[in-house]
Design a protein around this ligand. Structure first.
Ligand code: AMP
Ligand code: ZN
Length: 474
């Protein structure tokens, strides 16, 4: 299994720290707003990485934080005249709803920065003791970047270039730094801001130290995979490495994974362009499963453009998978699936169908190539459409359905939709279809057409097939 490692800029064979286990940390959102559709990309991508590891038999300890102390949170709280906690609790709850709608599973642990302050103070103390950090006059604690020889190794930046870049950017108020590249570990509170007691001043942690501490606490000094969007490579992840490796004298993470950005209609998403889309809006207007399918239709390291046309295309493609599963269930109706006896020739066919699983795994083993994995699922769908009929045994149809559902589930895609599974609405629709069939038998075509039209108005499409009437949502 190969993973592209941002650190080495190469695909590397994955070797876990502990056999059979994966320890991974994914930088989570800052919670001051509903999450946007760009934030959903790392959530879906790394949830899929986790699912694939589990499919391969690994136990995955998946940690993803909520950053719940930040300037943007303080601003949002002030604007609404409520506490920061009111804002963060609200948007953590909303974020969890959005994740669930996209079938992103909750992390093993979702730590929150504000609940880990003691650990941050301990790590900062350690860095000061080891000469990697210093306290300025006003109580700000800075990381001494020059003390870490490997600084720049993840972003492949050269220290000298960085230094000259920073010098030209030097802004007032930062002159208490020993070096312009130094970054904040702890900063003094301003009037009206949340703060914690510390040996240096009443204040709050810098952003980078939060992840270093939460990753170490829940996963250990060295972890397998650290991940996030590519905007985090520098400075966030570079600074996390500096802090953690200086504090513990160990490699922080063995593999660094970064997803490329999602753009909207070929533009960067930004508030000023007015093209900012929340996940909530997008999943209200579209089937969230289609949104998930869309996100995985490109490789995670390629930029992805989000547009209505592309979502429509994704819907058509995803429907082909759902319809195939629905057809299999239809063919299974009335068959004894508990009877595992296969009919003549079916065993060979099932063996043939396994080649799509092999293709799927080959794609996923190659740095989680979900685009190719989806192609393998389509090949399987095409094959099933040719090789499954009402003449097959229940056991055979069941096995094909299981393969389709299992591979789709690795991508977090649900093939058995509620409408097919006999919910109240489905029962009502099926009753109407029966009534229409009865009307046709009685040659009351006006009534039969009226039922068909009323269903069509509700977005239910009927299909007359040789096996009977089938329906699906438009
Ligand atoms: P933030 O709340 O801005 O720290 O973002 C949370 C996560 O979403 C980080 O991993 C970011 O890299 C990622 N992210 C933010 N915007 C986008 C985008 N447009 N496309 C893909 N990932 C993004
Ligand atoms: Zn982080």
């Amino acid at each position: 299994m190969k993973i592209y490692n941002t650190m080495s800029k190469r695909k590397e064979e994955f070797v876990p720290l502990t056999p059979g286990e994966v320890k991974m940390y994914v930088c989570g959102p800052t919670v001051y707003n509903l999450i946007h559709i760009g934030n959903a990309r790392p959530m879906i991508v790394f949830d899929t990485v986790r699912r694939y590891f589990e499919y391969k038999g690994y136990r995955v300890n998946y940690v993803s934080n909520f950053t719940d102390v930040d300037d943007k949170i303080i601003k949002a709280a002030q604007e609404e005249g409520v506490s920061c906690e009111t804002i963060t609790e609200r948007y953590i709850a909303e974020c969890k709803k959005d994740m669930a709608s996209l079938n992103v599973r909750p992390a093993t642990t979702h730590p929150q920065a504000t609940k880990e302050i003691d650990g941050m103070i301990e790590m900062i103390k350690k860095l000061i003791d080891k000469g990697h950090a210093y306290v300025a006059k006003d109580g700000t604690v800075y990381f001494r970047t020059e003390s870490f020889r490997d600084y720049g190794k993840l972003s492949h930046k050269n220290l000298d270039d960085l230094q000259s870049g920073f010098r030209s950017l030097l802004v007032s108020g930062e002159d208490q730094k020993e070096d312009p590249m130094d970054f904040v570990l702890w900063k003094p509170k301003k009037e009206g801001e949340p703060y914690w007691e510390s040996p240096w001043c009443q204040g709050r942690p810098g952003w980078h130290i939060e992840c270093s501490v939460m990753s170490q606490k829940y996963l250990g000094d060295t972890i397998d995979i650290h991940a996030g969007g590519e905007d985090l490579i520098f400075p966030h992840h570079e600074n996390e490495i500096a802090q953690s490796e200086c504090a513990h004298d160990k490699t922080f993470a063995n593999y660094w994974m970064h997803n490329a950005f999602l753009n909207i209609d070929n533009h960067k998403m930004s508030k000023s362009l007015g093209n900012f889309r929340t996940v909530r809006d997008v999943v209200t207007e579209n089937d969230p499963q289609v949104v998930r399918f869309f996100m995985l239709s490109a490789h995670y390291r390629n930029p992805l453009n989000f547009s209505k046309d592309l979502l429509d295309l994704a819907k058509n493609s995803y429907d082909r998978i759902v319809n195939c599963a629905s057809n299999l269930r239809f063919l299974m109706q009335g068959k004894d699936t508990a009877d595992t006896t296969l009919a003549a020739g079916e065993e060979e066919l099932l063996k043939e169908a396994e080649k799509f699983r092999t293709e799927f795994e080959k794609a996923m083993d190659d740095d989680f190539n979900t685009a190719d994995a989806i192609s393998a699922i389509f090949e399987l769908v095409k094959w099933i459409n040719i090789n499954a009929s009402a003449d097959n045994s229940g056991a055979y149809l069941e096995k094909l359905h299981a393969e389709l559902a299992e591979l789709s589930d690795v991508l977090g895609l649900i093939v058995d939709r509620e409408e097919d599974l006999g919910g109240n609405e489905a029962k009502e629709i099926e009753a109407l279809i029966e009534e229409r069939q009865a009307a046709r038998k009685a040659r009351d075509f006006a009534k039969a057409d009226a039922i068909r039209d009323s269903l069509k108005e509700r977005g239910i499409i009927l299909e007359d097939t040789k096996e009977g009437v089938k329906w699906h949502k438009a």
